[in-house]
Design a protein around this ligand. Structure first.
Ligand code: PLP
Length: 385
């Protein structure tokens, strides 16, 4: 099987599992316990926090461990908006882009439904980019928080986050960025980016599902969403997932060390793959920005097919990929990301995303391009019979 769905999830790396194993077995203590087992778990948690902080270029106290990217996004958007509104009731707007992951989009919708916020949505262009001018115009007085993803999960478009953060900062508005897909490929230095909050998720990087983190700049107001024993400095209660934190930290430092050489190599493979698809599949259209895109994502529409049928055919030929985001898979609705980019609904239904990690090879991608050409031709010929 050629697995080209790494944007959905990745297998746990051996080094990550080895680093986690002690905290799932002999060193199983609760870091809040005041005995030696607890202390050793607390030390491991502190080391993991320091390691994640080093990868993000922040202080350990600015890292909140979460159950993944979804929780980190929820905590950032709801937590910052609610805390800032509590201090100033005039702060009753949130700003998101039209291509956010549902974890951000639904958090904004929740704030509108239950807390009376107005949600402003900044449009994207045909390539899925948020323009700094459009973003600046959308940053209205009263905006409690803005959230613009670093890189899109369906089409791989990379936003000019540092430029957007500077615009938000000039207006005193905190900017959160969802870096779940960017992590491992793009610089995550939060000071360089100038963001106030940034989400990452372990299972996209070779750590298990169910671990992630939110960077929150110190002194950024943040209302916790999960109440209880006051772990994570009161920002996220619940017995700490020590092994998950260790796994996340290990996976993050492994992927950080591979940059930028790996990113350059994978970008060249991606571009060759894109060329192969565009030349061998009649009518194929690349989705997302041709240059400002993740090294690891090649996404297309194949008009005259259905994305789901092409996927089935590809899987029959041993290539596993996705018809869009894993979250929307199986849904009959056209992707909101593609429709926000101006792709007609009928064409958006034909979307296929190939995404890979650094282990991808030219042979795999050559085989996948041949399989895609055959799959699309097969689906089209069935449709015309
Ligand atoms: N944000 C983006 C951009 C994603 O791609 C994903 C997962 O697909 C998430 C958030 C959610 O992360 P998790 O699966 O860790 O909850």
């Amino acid at each position: 099987m050629i697995f080209l769905d790494a944007a959905a999830t990745t297998p746990v790396r051996r080094e990550v599992l080895d680093a986690m194993w002690p905290y799932l077995s002999g060193e199983f203590g609760n870091p809040s316990s005041h005995h030696s087992l607890g202390e050793s778990a607390a030390a491991a948690l502190a080391d993991a926090r320091a390691s994640v902080a080093a990868a993000l270029g922040c202080r350990p106290g600015e890292v909140v461990f979460t159950s993944g990217g979804t929780e980190a996004d929820n905590l950032a958007v709801k937590g910052i908006a609610l805390a800032r509104q509590a201090a100033d009731p005039c702060l009753d707007r949130v700003l998101v882009s039209a291509v956010e992951h549902p974890a951000v989009e639904e958090s904004a919708r929740y704030l509108a439904k239950y807390h009376g916020f107005t949600v402003d949505v900044v449009a994207v262009d045909r390539d899925g980019l948020v323009s700094p001018e459009a973003f600046a115009a959308a940053l209205r007085p009263g905006t409690a928080v803005a959230s613009i993803m670093y890189a899109n999960n369906e089409v791989g478009t990379v936003q000019p986050v540092a430029e957007l953060a500077a615009l938000a900062r000039d207006r005193g508005i905190p900017l959160h960025t969802d870096a779940v897909q960017a992590a491992g490929w793009l610089p995550l230095d939060v000071r360089g980016l100038g963001v106030d909050a940034l989400s990452i998720s372990g299972h996209k990087l070779g750590a298990p599902k169910g671990c992630g983190a939110l960077y929150v700049r110190s002194r950024t107001p943040l209302e916790p969403l999960v109440h209880g024993g006051g772990q994570e400095r009161g920002r996220r209660s619940g017995t700490s997932n020590v092994a998950g934190a260790v796994g996340l930290a290990t996976a993050l430092s492994l992927v950080q060390t591979r940059q930028p050489e790996e990113a350059g190599r994978v970008t060249a493979l991606r571009d060759a793959f894109i060329r192969a698809i565009l030349s061998s599949v009649p009518g194929a259209e690349l989705t997302g920005h041709p240059v400002h895109r993740l090294p690891s994502v090649a996404s297309f529409c194949f008009p005259g097919t259905s994305g789901e049928s092409v996927l089935l055919e590809l899987e029959r030929q041993g290539v596993v990929c996705s018809s869009g985001s894993a979250c929307a898979a199986g849904s009959d609705e056209p992707s909101p990301v593609l429709t926000a980019m101006g792709v007609p609904a009928a064409v958006a239904q034909t979307a296929v995303r190939f995404s890979f990690d650094a282990s991808v090879t030219r042979e795999d991608l050559d085989a996948a391009a041949r399989a895609a050409a055959a799959a699309v031709a097969g689906v089209r010929s069935l449709g015309t019979r």
